[in-house]
Design a binder for this molecule. Structure first.
Ligand code: GAL
Length: 375
């Protein structure tokens, strides 16, 4: 009887609420139950005709990152209307667990591994009570896209290995770096010359804001803010996507980039990032490269129009292709609300390449037909 009622209620809800026909960036976005979508810092996966949106699941009444309950998943066929699949990886009650309640899980990205037929989730993990000091990448696995995901372990990538673009002379300090004052030109040069890579060589490199990119040849990469968020690292994943091959490189040393999101069009890799101002919005940056290993060319702010200098009050999290359409990519970003994280909203915009550069133009409201206009 109970089951019957819940089926009827859910049917009525979907009839009443599943009416989204467009994207309305920055506004409340209701799921099929009429509840604002709770999948912050998210990522997207497309499997067998269904989009899976994974994100940070926050609870009401708690601020900042203490609001975290786990990683949520939503499904959709059309990208406008979303069904809540629930929490697919939950923080654990066991205080000894690496994902004990009180830990910080951010920016989950799920990819499908064709060889193992497993769904692999990577996310940024900070251990309970340690602020942002752990700076680890964590991995969880599931047999199905809607979970449950089983936590495997967390890593500081690339212990004891130099990046492939590291000069031999950077392997030891050439000056006394201990006396350098942070943010002076000398200090920034020392960072560019590997000061922080050397500092973390034994314990592994930091991994905070991150994304995962799977290339056409199925090779996958973790792209993460490292070195106290000063430099991005690209770390190749093993064939099962569960570990690192130890092949890695740096992007924009001392450039202070966060929130990386990557896509590829016509053989060129593009990356959008943000600056580092915590939950506050800042000006986005963009890069391109002919190889994932660089060199990455800096292209400046991809946003145009009003509030372009603040990424339309949002911060990048992921870029994904619209299925079955050529060169149609959607830029996903978060408009954070740290005082009430559950109310944080989503800014999705079409991203296009104009004169060899990615461009993001603000739209109050749009649908997938927007890609047809000559931009
Ligand atoms: C942002 C970062 C978010 C979160 C936040 C915490 O810069 O992109 O993912 O870590 O800082 O202050």
């Amino acid at each position: 009887m109970k089951l019957k009622y819940s089926i009827i209620i859910s049917l009525v809800c979907s009839l009443v609420f599943s009416q989204n026909k467009d994207f309305v960036p920055g506004k409340q976005w209701k799921d099929n139950d009429g509840v604002h979508i709770n999948a912050h810092g998210g990522g997207m996966l497309f499997i067998d005709g269904t989009y899976y949106w994974y994100g940070e699941y926050k609870t009401a009444g708690r601020a900042g990152n203490t609001a975290l309950e786990g990683i949520s998943c939503y499904t959709s066929k059309d990208l406008y209307n979303w069904h809540n699949e629930g929490i697919v990886l939950r923080v654990e009650e066991n205080p000894a667990s690496e994902i004990a309640k009180g830990c910080i899980m951010e920016r989950p990205k799920v990819v499908f591994n064709k060889k193992t037929a497993k769904y692999v989730m990577w996310f940024h993990l900070e251990l309970k009570g340690q602020g942002y000091n752990a700076a680890s990448a964590a991995v969880a696995v599931s047999d199905t896209p809607n979970g449950p995901f089983k936590f495997k372990k967390s890593y500081r990538p690339n212990k004891g290995v130099w990046p492939i673009n590291f000069k031999d002379e950077f392997k030891t300090a050439s000056i006394d770096e201990s006396k350098l004052k942070s943010w002076t030109p000398e200090w920034l040069t020392a960072v560019k010359n590997g000061m922080l890579i050397r500092r973390d060589f034994e314990k592994g490199q930091m991994s905070r804001d991150m994304t995962v990119y799977v290339d056409d040849n199925e090779k996958a990469y973790l792209i993460h803010s490292s070195e106290d968020n000063l430099t991005l690292h690209i770390s190749e994943l093993t064939a099962d996507y569960l570990d690192f091959t130890q092949k890695w490189t740096t992007v924009a040393p001392a450039g202070h980039n966060e929130a990386p999101a990557v896509f590829k069009q016509d053989g060129v890799y593009y990356m959008i990032t943000s600056g580092c101002t915590g939950w506050d919005p800042n000006e986005a940056r963009s890069f391109k490269s002919k190889s994932i290993w660089g060199p990455w060319q800096s292209l400046g702010n991809p946003c145009i129009g009003k509030d372009a200098e603040l990424t339309f009050y949002s911060q990048s999290t992921y870029i994904f292709p619209v299925q079955g359409k050529k060169d149609q990519f959607i830029f996903m970003a978060d408009r954070w609300k740290p005082e009430s994280p559950i109310e944080g909203s989503y800014v999705w915009l079409p991203i296009t390449i104009r004169n060899g550069k990615p461009v993001l133009k603000w739209l109050e409201k749009w649908d997938l037909n927007a890609f047809r206009e000559k931009r």
